[in-house]
Design a protein around this ligand. Structure first.
Ligand SMILES: Nc1nc2c(c(=O)[nH]1)N[C@H]1C(S)=C(S)[C@@H](COP(=O)(O)O)O[C@H]1N2
Ligand SMILES: [Mo]
Length: 204
């Protein structure tokens, strides 16, 4: 029996539905750490801020305390990494993306958002998906502030797509007119990244 078959059988024995795993994924209880850069360490959280800009009526600017005061939305979801691990029922708390839409009022012409992380990391997500799916600026994981390696002070969480779309050390939310590739999308990953259709690489 293959590793993947055994993993699905183990899930079943533990009372989980193996159908929660998208094709080609296995489940892990661990929380792997992945990034293209080093880990951003903010010794002083006042050195961090988040800008919302681009094609919007109202540009927004948040410090950490501003977001802490707004952090009342909870998202519980399965996450799927393109390197094939998935993790069930991850629990996040922060500011829902719908709150950002309400405050910023992006122009109706804006077709996509470019998320900017520390060290120049970027990734793109279409507006239609952001409007219709669960999306959160997370400050807390399992009710504790994020660990630095998982994106402290704030990361995006967008479980509908592969986890590379969930920017750690989030610094900018840019509303753009046309969907553009971000860092991994320019380096061989799929423009969209739906785990259920296995859109891992640009040719998939
Ligand atoms: N800023 C930033 N965010 C990032 C990345 C990165 O390199 N830089 N890597 C992405 C990738 S490929 C994955 S799989 C997830 C991993 O998140 P984790 O380390 O919390 O598991 O973060 C995503 N967000
Ligand atoms: Mo990833």
């Amino acid at each position: 029996m293959s590793f993947f078959d055994r993993n699905r059988r183990e899930l079943e024995e533990r009372g989980y539905q193996p159908e929660r795993l998208p094709p080609g994924q296995y489940h892990t209880d661990r929380f792997p750490v992945l990034q293209a850069s080093g880990v951003a360490l903010y010794k002083n959280v006042d050195d961090w801020d988040l800008k919302v800009f681009g094609h919007v009526d109202h540009e927004l600017y948040f410090g950490y305390q501003d977001l802490v005061e707004l952090a009342e939305d909870v998202l519980v979801a399965d996450i799927h990494c393109v390197t094939k691990w998935s993790k069930f029922d991850t629990h996040w708390r922060g500011v829902s993306f719908s709150k950002i839409l309400e405050l910023a009022s992006p122009f109706p012409e804006a077709q996509a958002v470019m998320f900017h992380g520390e060290f120049g990391y970027t990734t793109n997500i279409p507006m239609d998906d952001l409007r219709s799916s669960e999306a959160l600026i997370a400050l807390y994981y399992e009710e504790k502030p994020l660990e630095p390696e998982h994106g402290f002070p704030a990361r995006f969480v967008f479980p509908k797509l592969y986890f590379w779309k969930s920017t750690k050390w989030l610094r900018g939310i840019e509303f753009i007119l046309e969907d553009q590739p971000g860092f991994w999308e320019r380096n061989g990953y799929h423009m969209y990244g739906d785990p259920w259709s296995e859109q891992r690489y640009s040719g998939d």
